[in-house]
Design a protein around this ligand. Sequence first.
Ligand code: FES
Length: 145
Amino acid sequence: MIQPAVDELQPRARGFRSSWETLTRALKSLLRPLSEPPKAWLYVCELGRLAPGQSLTYLTPAGATVNVARRGSAAESASFLAVSSVCPHVGCQLRWESTNGHFSCPCRGFEPPATPPHLLLRYPVKLEDGVLYIEAPLERRGPSL
Ligand code: FES
């Protein structure tokens, strides 16, 4: 077998490395939209603004509409539920059913599916010093939910 001379191989290796780096950069730029966008705790309202059984609609800086509902009277984050207003089934707008304490979807007239791949997109909620916050992305990447 004939071995290439060392000085013949190095330009080829350099060319291969350069192509590899170019390909890697291109792939990284393509995959960037799939990475997690930065998130922050966002002010929603004062605790007194949302009575037990009520809900409100919140628009995030990324353009997502979030339904925030108060299920219980306790002044704790577990009394609140924040979900995307868009049903993951086929995209109907969810509405809060205060008498039942859950979100319903007009598509099927009852609670949206609770199994993958149609799980509701939930947002973490926290209550701090009488102020309600949700944790949400600050910018949009991928489809709007
Ligand atoms: S859009 Fe079909 S169950 Fe919500």
